[in-house]
Design a protein around this ligand. Structure first.
Ligand code: S3P
Length: 176
């Protein structure tokens, strides 16, 4: 079984993915980390040296690669991954997908200290983050909501989200 975690930057995909993988004793793959290893560049370097179009093509390639084997895996994809090309169809055909839903406020608070890692927001002032994220999230929600299930994450710890997720996955997999 493959489980793909998706959602906006700062929604907790990587942290929750690692916890979930440990609890289910399944390997974990972070798509951004995989792209960095394969390309031998950080995400920031890929955007600066090769541009976003190149990044999206490689992201699609490695997404297909990681979904194409028979191994059980928990996969955290990038915030933009489901929103380009036919990636959301590919994800849903090959995995059980989970949208980690977070409010603009939660996302802004988490991203303030981590902007520098993310080329799409690194140049923004903290006070401009809510407006940018609000608009960007609005464009992306139609893709995120195509997931098999969604979990509201705002008032829960990563540990609680992971336990809720495990319960929901079990319920969904037992449905006739
Ligand atoms: C992106 C999100 C990032 C990374 C890249 C682009 C996006 O991943 O893939 O910077 O388009 O939202 P995280 O969601 O893990 O930060």
């Amino acid at each position: 079984m493959k489980i793909v975690l998706l959602g906006y930057m700062g929604s907790g995909k990587s942290s929750i993915g690692k916890l979930l993988a440990t609890k289910l004793a399944i390997d974990f793959v972070d798509l951004d980390k995989l792209i960095e290893q394969k390309e031998r560049m950080t995400i920031n370097e890929i955007f600066t040296k090769r541009g976003e179009v190149y990044f999206r093509k490689r992201e699609h390639l490695y997404l297909c690669e990681v979904l194409s084997n028979n191994q059980d895996l928990i996969i955290a994809v990038g915030g933009g991954t489901p929103c380009y090309g036919n990636n959301i169809e590919i994800i849903n055909n090959a995995s059980f997908s989970v949208y980690l839903k977070a409010s603009i406020e939660t996302i802004v608070n988490r991203l303030k200290s981590e902007k520098y890692k993310r080329p799409l927001i690194a140049h923004l002032k903290d006070e401009d983050l809510p407006e940018f994220i609000g608009k960007h999230l609005f464009e992306r929600i139609p893709f995120y909501v195509q997931s098999n299930i969604e979990i509201k994450t705002d008032c829960l710890s990563f540990e609680e989200i992971t336990d809720t997720l495990i319960a929901q996955i079990k319920t969904n997999l037992n449905k006739p």
